[in-house]
Design a protein. Sequence first.
Length: 465
Amino acid sequence: MTTLINPADGRTIGDVPDTAAEDVAGAVQTAREAFEQWRDATPGERARVLLRLADLVEGDADELTRLEVAETGKPAAVFRDGELPFAIDNLRFFAGAARSLEGTGAGVLSKGYTSVLVRRPIGVVGSISPWNFPFIMAVWKAGPALAAGNAVVIKPAPRTPGTTLRLAELFAAAGAPDGLLQVVTGGADVGQALVTDPGVDMVSVTGSTETGRAVMRGAVDGLKRVHLELGGKAPALVFEDATLEDMAAGVVMGATYNTGQDCTAATRVYIDRSRYGEAVEALRDAVSRVRPGDPWDEGADIGPLISAAHRDRVHGFVSRASGRIVWGGTPIDGPGFYYSPTLIADADQSSEIVQSEIFGPVLVAVPFDGEDEAVRFANDTPYGLASSVWSADVSRALRVSHRLDVGVTWVNDHLPIASEAPHGGVKGSGFGKDMSQEAVQEYSVTRHLMIKHAAPQARDSFRPA
């Protein structure tokens, strides 16, 4: 049994039972039976179910907002007016993508035969989603997998199961086959049971890099396909010609959105030494205006961290940090697990505060000398998920962007995403793409059909394919 805590006030919300190992196996078997129906559905039939789901989610906005805010503490306005409409757009995009998952006619590759390449679903996908964006990540997991014709068994994070359970209810109401989207709840042992179940054909995880490694180990024996979207330590590179006011607003937004509990958060800001002092002041002014508050207060910019233990972890990083604290750096007194938006300057590139993922509203500023050093600093962590470049010089912005070892680079902004654009990283940030047509392809496999249409005249007329 997992006890759910409201991070905004520390009060108990309720309890959710942990799924027993035998029940995980039962969920996988039920999903397998539903898959046998779903994989033969036409693209149009799959699309119609996903479109109905999007409409049902839109009509259920108040309940989904209540659940998400209670379990995560994020501002209601942020979820209701931003994340939820985007998740609905994701579902409608995946509905369209279901009708665009096409193979290719490869023509005659061997004399007397025509080859056709088709894409087919993989089977049962075991998904594990995180606590920082419970609903939208459940959509990113289930949406493309279902569009491609798979069944899904998803395990939400133990602290935040509510919106995922509600999503499964709405999916059933949309007319999907019974059991096509199953939810199992609990901690690491439940996740391990899901990953290692022989009936699971693919495992898809969003979480920490350590979680990704554990999942890969668990998937080895079954030779399961693995899709990993893991941690990040996104750099923002600020060149001398950047507009500092715009940069400060964008970087601080990128650093503190969702209280910094975002793997794409702007966590390291590298600034050309010639503008370093004034840039740090601009960042200080922007950080000082970020307003922590009650999630239901429309004026709150950020809410609490997810738990008391996580707040202690964030504060531990700040307490040990090299450099100087320019703003913040302390827990906020009162109910809930709040932490002050924090800016640290003059940190050493090799220090823990620069190298490790903090997952809190903490931004670290470091000066650089020249473009090469900026790129070297940016690439000098185990992660490779996101980044941003701030410059008025388009040629330099493009040149630098191409040198960064990351999955996405924004120019003169940080964080915007679109349903049509793939999201995913490299290095310790994992592999595989969420969103876009590429995500749907991740959950399908290419098959080769070779059709004989003419008898050979002689055996030596065959050539190797």
